[in-house]
Design a protein around this ligand. Sequence first.
Ligand code: ADP
Ligand code: MG
Length: 317
Amino acid sequence: MNEFSLIADYFAPLAGEGAFGLKDDAAALRVPEGRELVLTKDAMIAGVHFFVDDAAGDIARKLLRVNLSDLAAKGAEPLGYLLACMLPKDTPEPWIADFAAGLARDQKEFGITLLGGDTAAGSATLCLSLTALGTVAKGTMLRRNGAKAGDDVYVSGTIGDAALFLKSGQWSMVSGQEEYLRQRYLVPRPRLALGRALIGVASACLDISDGLAADAGHIAEVSGVCLELEAENVPLSDVARACVAQDEKLWETVLSGGDDYELLFTAPPEKAAALAQAAQKSGVSVTRIGTVTQGAGVIVRQGGQPMEFARKGWTHF
Ligand code: ADP
Ligand code: MG
């Protein structure tokens, strides 16, 4: 296997319109009339973002999905993606095959194709980087900065499952529970349909990757407001609910652990009906977890008392 046969055998079959079968230096892409590009990149490092022995196909799907989650948070429609693989020299060919198969599977599910990338061998650690391109109608991209005092705060799906998986060695779980949490960690679900439906409804939106409390802080900061959240209202899966019932200290993991890839957004009360319709149309549950007030930062209350966190979310440094 050399670099060129690797690209031809495993990546070229994933190439879409404009990629020239990955046989040119670059791709050429037409942005549909009246729309503009939305661009995002997420990198993943073995041992930091995934376990070295996770299945290659699952790693590929997570890499693509965390980027699609950023597009979802901006209300964008996926268009294509660029992929950089920095591989250890001894990466076995079946690993590459499985990796490409994972991409193929999710490309079909989300309607996105590969436009190009780069491949290098010799890295001490497996490193991957993916750039996703999407489009929105001009000037409509959902932003983090539009939350206003008086808005409600909402979250999609359920929170805390992935973070609980990472801590699952620390208490005894009923069989089946760990596998549920592991799947939530390994294969996040980008809320693309919901994100698109939130255009014209949400006043601010982001996807939760670092942790609910920390990411709420990002909206608060750029919007110049305070987000007041009620822990009791945060939607949990049955498994997560069982975990926090067993050990209430796990609430902190749920609210600050991250890797949720759910949408956190704000909307004015008069949009509540439109929002309910958006949620129904996209088949994703949406739960009101708080309100936006004048002020700064994030307050998370439990039983009426502000919670103290050792840290509100994940940071690399
Ligand atoms: P160059 O050396 O001119 O940058 P490369 O030999 O690196 O070109 O790449 C040749 C083609 O293969 C380009 O179209 C590039 O986008 C594509 N390509 C290389 N690696 C990947 C990858 N990991 N995923 C997708 N496309 C890739
Ligand atoms: Mg070139």
